[in-house]
Design a protein around this ligand. Sequence first.
Ligand SMILES: NC(=O)c1ccc[n+]([C@@H]2O[C@H](COP(=O)([O-])OP(=O)(O)OC[C@H]3O[C@@H](n4cnc5c(N)ncnc54)[C@H](OP(=O)(O)O)[C@@H]3O)[C@@H](O)[C@H]2O)c1
Length: 403
Amino acid sequence: MNEQDLDQQRLKDDRQDELTWAVEGSRDNLDLTTLEPEALDRAMMRRCLALARQAWGQTAPNPLVGAVVLQNRKIVGEGFHPKAGMPHAEVYALKDAGERAKGASIYVSLEPCNHYGRTPPCSQGLVDAQVGRAIVGMVDPNPKVAGGGIKRLENAGIPVTVGVEEAACQLLNEPFVHRIRHGRPFGVLKYAMTLDGKIGTTSGNSAWITDTPARSHVHHLRAGCDAIIVGSNTVRRDNPHLTSHSDTAHNPLRVVMSRQLDLPKTTESGDPLHLWETTLAGTTVLTQTGANPELQAWLQDQGVTVIELNAVTPEAAMGYLGESGALSVLWECGGTLAAQAIAQGAVQKILAFIAPKIVGGTTAPIPVGDLGITTMTEALTLDRMGIQQIGTDWMITGYLPSI
Ligand SMILES: NC(=O)c1ccc[n+]([C@@H]2O[C@H](COP(=O)([O-])OP(=O)(O)OC[C@H]3O[C@@H](n4cnc5c(N)ncnc54)[C@H](OP(=O)(O)O)[C@@H]3O)[C@@H](O)[C@H]2O)c1
């Protein structure tokens, strides 16, 4: 599906509320008999996505996948991939369906795998279960699969429909797709700013720019990502927790980038720095080789992992996190580091939360520091823009051109 078709489908997605009952309802009470075939397929695929989301933030380096088995318009099996090393969604759904999978339709949000990895190929599992039809949300971009799973099903005489709710399937797994295509985690720069473009006041205060609903939304985003990066000034000034605040049990790794490592052990008033408390969520500090050995030792005593790098750059940070299996990385830093992250191609998507507030101040911090751009023609123009109101605030999303 090309970008234009995907955009069309995104528009259609906004009009699908009438299917919510079929997506969220208890499977035993669902009467699916009245739905048109196309609406039924869409509803079941969206149900797959809802199932997939149950593992939000927990599957890296694997994708989020859900599966539904439908026999005579009754859901007889459901499953999702809970985490890497565990069986895939189709395995759970087929097990749940048992003998009822024979001749049934199976919906899967991502093409069934076709290779022996930590688990045997799901495509063969579907053939062995003798399903009657397969409906696939999107082709798996992994070169080990890339259409091979669909082909195996078709070769076995099973009709396959591909691309149902594709835009939503692609969106859910955009970090996975990015990592497969580029070998790096997907970077998202998130910031909250006032309507006059400030991420703090001239004194550096930034608590809170947005209201509770927007902040809850951020907690949910954090729960879905694998790592969050901040720079040393954000640690000093904001003393952030950077946790999902119980949105789910999952907390991403918190990463601090500091070349000099002249970071405090406590706040100015002597309170503990939240990032140095590692019982709830892990913290890793990326620093220059040889920087501040005394603080390095102290941090390690607190349970913080300290990684020395020859160059503490956004590119190196993404490389390090990619090697440890991260799919998605949320940049929650200030403008200094954000500019570097953009310049080095470590950010693919922008999430700007805009509050209906004005604070003014020529020296107040801004979301993106110097990019070396001097004329408007050089401006980075985002595409696939989206806007959503969250409480009294607005969330604007868009994708950066690849740099
Ligand atoms: N509203 C929001 O969404 C939001 C979010 C975050 C921060 N803020 C606000 O932003 C302000 C801080 O902004 P900031 O830009 O100074 O903070 P920042 O970007 O979080 O931190 C900057 C620091 O990162 C370190 N760093 C490590 N590697 C770097 C690299 N390769 N390139 C550049 N810097 C690197 C540098 O310190 P070393 O010398 O230690 O390397 C640098 O001084 C605060 O007032 C905070 O409240 C607001």
